[in-house]
Write a protein that binds this ligand. Structure first.
Ligand SMILES: [Fe+2]
Ligand SMILES: [Fe+2]
Length: 293
């Protein structure tokens, strides 16, 4: 993994490009769509479906401070970040609607709680909301890095209905990974609040995902199956697991002089950018429809 511990310059010609794309995740998509595995599929079902309320929260958290930003470049980045996250939220809601229709109703109920909590935090604790956003954006950036840098393990095993969604979302998370951080550095920038926010967000995420996964596995009669856990746990916590491999990337956030572009991974999204620019996104997902705005 190309994670550097040294400060490096942001990529040249860096631009955040919102891409409005419709995916075709439907009732006829495979039930166990990631590696034909219940644990891995439900991990991604649980994780991806937090995005609708989660990313709406991120957008509100950042937009709140837009008036305090006088840098026109960062202002434009806030706009593009918000547009990208809006698209992500909508596409993952489409996926959630399919799951709800299939009887996985717990996710939608939990999302109502997350959405209510997020709106309450935005209204009453805007700085804490921004801090949570930049901490969680570090997570999405490092998971996006994994999905693209080690795609044979972390995104290619997804069925073709889902794999373009992985690549598109991962690419845009990398593109906009510094926006919330840069806004925070302009409006506050203190070190300890962001460290505490990251510690809290890490604990929150590690609790939230099993809480969301449990009813999904239970509904399928897979919760108490030894095979479920034997195949699934190493995927997350094994030597090369999704939560273990990016350790060096994760801990960089705790450095005083950290900046998200210290991890120089812009090259990982070159393929997606090229494909999109040529209007050839259909090549990476047979059922993709490109809606260029
Ligand atoms: Fe996103
Ligand atoms: Fe994001």
């Amino acid at each position: 993994m190309d994670v550097t511990m040294k400060r490096v310059a942001p990529p040249e010609a860096h631009k955040i490009i919102p891409r409005d794309i419709d995916f075709n995740i439907t009732d006829s998509s495979p039930k166990y769509w990631f590696d034909k595995d219940p644990f891995k599929t439900h991990f991604f079902n649980a994780f991806f479906t937090t995005f609708p309320p989660g990313e709406d929260f991120f957008v509100r958290s950042v937009i709140h401070y837009r008036g305090q930003i006088d840098d026109p470049v960062l202002q434009q980045e806030i706009t593009d970040f918000s547009t990208q996250e809006g698209h992500h939220s909508r596409c993952h809601q489409d996926h959630l609607d399919v799951l709800t229709k299939q009887g996985y109703t717990s996710l939608e109920r939990e999302n109502k709680l997350i959405d209510g909590l997020g709106k309450w935090a935005n209204k009453n604790y805007p700085l804490t909301s921004l801090l949570s956003t930049l901490a969680l954006e570090h997570f999405t950036a490092l998971l996006a890095h994994q999905a693209l840098a080690e795609s044979e393990v972390f995104s290619d095993p997804a069925h073709e209905d889902f794999s373009p969604l992985f690549k598109w979302h991962a690419a845009e998370e990398i593109e906009h990974k510094a926006v919330a951080y840069d806004v925070y550095m302009k409006v506050d920038g203190r070190y300890w609040p962001r460290v505490i926010a990251m510690a809290g967000s890490t604990i929150g995420l590690l609790l939230l995902l099993p809480i969301r996964m449990t009813p999904l596995l239970f509904k399928d009669g897979k919760l108490f199956s030894w095979n479920t856990w034997r195949n699934g746990l190493p995927f997350l916590f094994g030597k090369n697991g999704m939560f273990v491999k990016p350790w060096r990337h994760y801990v960089q956030f705790y450095r005083r002089d950290f900046h998200p572009w210290d991890v120089q991974d812009y090259h990982l999204i070159a393929e997606i950018r090229d494909i999109y620019e040529k209007g050839e996104l259909l090549n990476i997902g047979k059922k993709l429809k490109v809606v260029k705005s």
